[in-house]
Every structure is written in structure tokens, then in C-alpha cells.
Design a protein around this ligand. Structure first.
Ligand code: NAD
Length: 512
């Protein structure tokens, strides 16, 4: 079993591996920090490259380039910005296969799933091609005699995007198309576990005609994140990752005067009512529990079965699990490896935790026979039944192919359980009762809800984000909220003089 090794660059092996650089001023920018971290091919279980870890000089160079590019980009007409976005969209659509292969080689997810995440990111690019429409302000004529008031939205400056490993293309694409379209310049700090997608996207922006410095990639770890959070020239930060880091990023960024949206972890429940179609429900539990090896913030990790359906539902899920193929994401399997050996071991440890706490291990993914290299970071789909809600296997985010079943006696008990949790990212109800579904959407304290839809990721015209410990800040990603996050509002009160104007009046302006 291979695990991640600490950041260093001393050994001969490390020196012989290619190093993923930064992208600054429109080109690759080798780090001078001397620090690197390993990047693995998870299906082979081997380190295939290193990634540069930025130091203070790299951070300064990245932000300086983005700062220098800002005035001209903010001044560029909406028509010209949209033209570049259209070109970027066309290039991405034509060449997404290349990007999918890069994602699979560093993340491990199967190729079809990598293509899926690119398509969802492309949706946001398409939304941003209409930015002239989304930026339209408001206008009120004659609010006072001869006076009109209107509003405009202007860009913030340099914005940082800090992203997690599990969607190396889609999560950055939730943010950068809108940030760029609204006239900001972007510094993307991708996950150090799968950094190459960001470099590929940077080269694509250049090909699409984006001026140098408008899109920058700064690779790194905590040092890079802290450098961006405290840099006086960074105006705003969009973060996605685990809850403890999201909270830290929100607190540190706002303490340094920045606008911050920080999306955190999740523990998503699927509530199954007795009248649900159990075949649809079992299929959905499989798709949402084990797709991308459960490394999705919108994965379903808990099935809450309202009795008497649990026995039948567990049997149907188990039956379907027998047909799932775990293996190399490049070979038409259903489920790829986990991202690192260390993460695989952590996820697997929850199976013991659940068993020790009294859960029934219905299917143990540690027994998997993968269609791939023996050294890959494999863990097969795992099903745990009767998981006690006091167990860490229930309360903590596992972020792997481990699906828990909790049995409850009523709809009310199920909703109370969901609402008692710390997270509020996504949830779903499976039922044929429209009234129950409507009640659920009103009562459940979660940001994104599916009705007979297991992974309710909103389309790009709506906004993505959870409640409670799943989102720090008050603005979600993309859609109208994304446009608001990356712009600041001005209200203009104007009067064009006519021959009747004049006269001194020191009282507070009133409408007449
Ligand atoms: P992570 O929190 O470990 O890392 C996210 C980013 O933070 C990375 O760029 C990383 O370099 C940086 N980082 C890590 N440790 C840091 C530290 N101590 N100080 C400053 N920066 C640090 O998350 P991950 O493991 O890459 O991604 C998985 C997590 O992301 C899961 O918890 C998942 O639920 C969450 N996620 C949430 C959403 C959402 O929309 N809410 C979407 C995708 C993933």
C-alpha cells in the first residue's frame, strides 16, 4: 500500500519526476521554492509526478501579475469578454477528452465521470457567455422631480479560487468563468493532489485569447492558501473543501478584509418513505453512494429508511452492488480507486468503527477484487446497515464508497435526524406522495434538495451551496449569486440641470 509522502524534493526519484509548475503571466512558471509534493496515479498506486508548492516569492509573483492585468481587463467591453468566453467554450467542448484523461490519471475517477464533471463546469462557462444580460442594473426614473437613480455592478479586482481534489475541473469552473466575465482577474490554487487540470485550463484560456495575467494558477499547500488569504491585493476568496479548512479560510480571509465564500463538507441523507418505488430508490442509492467512489460532496452517504421498507431496500441495494466493477478508470469500470493510499486507509477504517459500534457490515469493500493494478488505491463499495447515529461512522464525513443505512419509524423521525446533523449540503426524498415531498422541502434544513433525484446539483442558472457547516459566508456558487459575489454595487443618483434649478438648501435631500 502506497501512501502520500510529506512534501520534500530531496531524493533521486523525486528529482527524476516531472514537476507541475505554476502558470503566471500567460505561461508556465517554474517554482523556485524548492518544495514539491507527490502526485499519484491512483489506479497504479505510483507517484508519477511532483507538484510545485509555492513560497512567498511565487505568491507575490502570481498576485502581482493578476493585479497588473486587472485595470485593462476591467475596462475591456462586455462584448469582447463574451467573445473570449465563447471561444473558450468551443475549445473546451472540442477537447474535453484530453482533460478527462488528465483528471482520471491523477484523481482516479472513471473517464465517463470525468467527462460528466467537465460538462457541468462547461454549463457555468455557457452561463457566463451571457454576462451582459446578468450584469444589467436597475433604473428608476423620476424618483424625485428631475432625478433618476440607477445601479451598476463593477468587478472587485484579484479574486482567489481555492479548490479541492474531488472535482479538479468542475469546482474551479463553478467560479472562474463568472469571475472573469465580470471583469476580475483570477488566481486559482488547485488541490495539490491533482493539479494538472488547472494547467490545462490555463493553456486553453490563452488559446481562447484571454490576456496574460487574467487567469493564473498558483500551486501549493497551506503556505499558498495563507499567502492568498492575507495578501492585501486579493479582494475576494472562493473556497471549496473540508469543513475545518472552510471555516479557517472564512475566518482568516474575512479578518483580512476580504469577501469570502467557503463551501465545506457534507453528510447527505436520502429519506425513503414506504410508498417509494424501491427499484428506482435502490438504483439511485447505488449511483449517488458509489459514483466517483463516493468522493463527491453531493454523494449520498446515509439512506434513512422509514419502516417497513428497510429489509427489502437493503436487499435490493446489495443485489445491485454485486454487479459493480471496481477498476482502472480508463478501462470502462464503474468505480475507480480512491485518490491516495492514505485516504483509502482512512475511509476503510470507518468500516471497523461502524462494526465496533454495532452496525452490520452487509458488504465489505475491503474484499474487493479490482480490475486493475494490485498496487492501486482500491476500496470496493461497502454497505453498512443499522448504523447507530452515535457512531463516528454516522456523524463524520467519510468521503468514500461507504453507504450507511439508518432505520427510522416515521417521516418525522427521519427529518429530525437530518436536521440534527452538523452539515446541510444536499438531501433527497424518495416517495410517490407529492404532499410529503412538499412538506420535506419546507421542513428540511439543507441547501439543495432532490425529490426522487439523488444528486440534486442545481444547473448553472441556479446557485450551488449548502447550509450550516457546509457553507461559510452568505453567497453560493454560480448563477445570480455568483454574479453578485464577484461584483460590487454602485447606486447613482443623477439630475441633469434645467433652467429652473438652483437655490441653496442644507437639509437632507428629500424626494419632491
Ligand atoms: P481539503 O479541505 O483538504 O483541501 C481543500 C483545499 O484546501 C486544497 O486546495 C488544499 O490545498 C487546501 N488546504 C488543505 N489543508 C489546508 C490548511 N491546513 N490550510 C489551508 N489550506 C489548506 O479538501 P479535499 O480533501 O481536497 O476535498 C474534499 C473535501 O471537500 C470534502 O470534505 C468535500 O465534502 C469537500 N467538498 C465540498 C464541496 C461543496 O460544494 N460543499 C464540493 C467539493 C468538495
Amino acid at each position: 500500500m502506497t501512501t502520500t509522502s510529506p512534501a520534500t524534493n530531496d531524493t533521486a526519484t523525486e528529482r527524476s519526476l516531472p514537476v507541475v509548475p505554476h502558470w503566471i503571466d500567460g505561461g508556465e512558471y517554474p517554482s523556485r521554492s524548492g518544495r514539491t509534493a507527490p502526485v499519484f496515479d491512483p489506479a497504479l498506486g505510483v507517484e508519477t509526478k511532483r507538484v510545485a508548492l509555492a513560497d512567498g516569492d511565487d505568491i507575490a509573483a502570481a498576485v502581482a501579475s493578476a493585479t497588473a492585468a486587472f485595470p485593462a481587463w476591467a475596462e475591456t467591453s462586455l462584448a469582447k469578454r463574451q467573445g473570449i468566453l465563447f471561444k473558450f467554450r468551443e475549445l473546451l467542448d472540442a477537447r474535453k477528452g484530453e482533460l478527462a484523461e488528465i483528471i482520471t490519471s491523477e484523481h482516479g475517477k472513471v473517464l465517463s465521470d470525468a467527462l460528466g464533471e467537465i460538462s457541468r463546469g462547461q454549463e457555468v462557462v455557457e452561463f457566463a457567455t451571457g454576462i451582459a444580460h446578468h450584469l444589467k442594473g436597475e433604473y428608476s426614473e423620476q424618483v424625485s422631480t428631475g432625478v433618476d437613480v440607477y445601479s451598476i455592478r463593477q468587478p472587485l479586482g484579484v479574486v482567489a479560487v481555492i479548490s479541492p481534489f474531488n472535482f479538479p475541473a468542475m469546482v474551479p469552473a463553478w467560479f472562474f468563468p463568472i469571475a472573469i466575465a465580470t471583469g476580475n482577474t483570477v488566481v486559482l490554487k488547485p488541490s495539490e493532489k491533482d493539479p494538472s487540470a488547472a494547467l490545462w485550463l490555463a493553456a486553453l484560456w490563452k488559446e481562447a485569447g484571454l490576456p496574460d495575467g487574467v487567469f493564473t494558477v498558483l500551486n501549493g499547500d497551506k503556505e499558498a492558501v495563507d499567502g492568498l488569504l492575507t495578501h492585501p491585493d486579493v479582494a475576494a476568496v472562493s473556497f471549496v473543501g473540508s469543513t475545518p479548512i472552510a471555516r479557517y479560510v472564512y475566518e482568516t480571509g474575512t479578518a483580512h478584509g476580504k469577501r469570502v465564500q467557503a463551501l465545506g463538507g457534507a453528510k447527505n441523507h436520502m429519506l425513503v418513505l414506504p410508498d417509494a418505488d424501491l427499484d428506482l430508490t435502490a438504483d439511485s442509492a447505488i449511483n449517488a453512494g458509489f459514483g466517483s467512489a463516493g468522493e463527491r460532496c453531493m454523494a449520498i452517504s446515509v439512506v434513512v429508511a422509514v419502516e417497513p421498507v428497510a429489509d427489502e431496500l437493503v436487499a435490493k441495494i446489495r443485489e445491485r452492488m454485486a454487479g459493480l466493477r471496481v477498476g482502472d478508470g480508463r478501462s470502462a469500470c464503474d468505480i475507480g480507486p480512491l485518490v491516495t493510499g492514505q485516504h483509502r486507509d482512512r475511509v476503510a477504517s470507518y468500516i471497523d468503527v461502524a462494526a465496533e459500534d454495532g452496525a452490520t457490515v452487509v458488504v465489505d469493500g475491503r474484499d474487493v477484487n479490482p480490475d486493475g493494478d494490485a498496487n492501486g488505491f482500491w476500496l470496493g463499495p461497502t454497505l453498512l446497515d443499522r448504523v447507530p447515529t452515535t457512531s463516528r461512522a454516522y456523524t463524520e464525513e467519510i468521503f468514500g464508497p461507504v453507504l450507511s443505512v439508518v432505520r427510522v419509524g416515521s417521516y418525522e423521525e427521519g427529518v429530525a435526524l437530518i436536521n440534527a446533523g452538523a452539515f446541510g449540503n444536499g438531501t433527497a426524498i424518495f416517495t410517490n406522495d407529492g404532499g410529503a415531498a412538499r412538506r420535506f422541502q419546507r421542513e428540511v434544513q439543507v441547501g439543495m434538495i432532490g425529490v426522487n433525484v439523488p444528486i440534486p446539483v442545481p444547473v448553472a442558472t441556479f446557485s450551488f451551496g449548502g447550509w450550516k457547516d457546509s457553507l461559510f459566508g452568505d453567497t453560493k456558487a454560480h448563477g445570480a449569486e455568483g454574479v453578485r459575489f464577484y461584483t460590487q454595487l454602485k447606486a447613482i443618483t443623477s439630475r441633469w440641470l434645467d433652467p429652473s434649478h438652483g437655490g441653496i438648501e442644507l437639509g437632507f435631500p428629500q424626494n419632491r
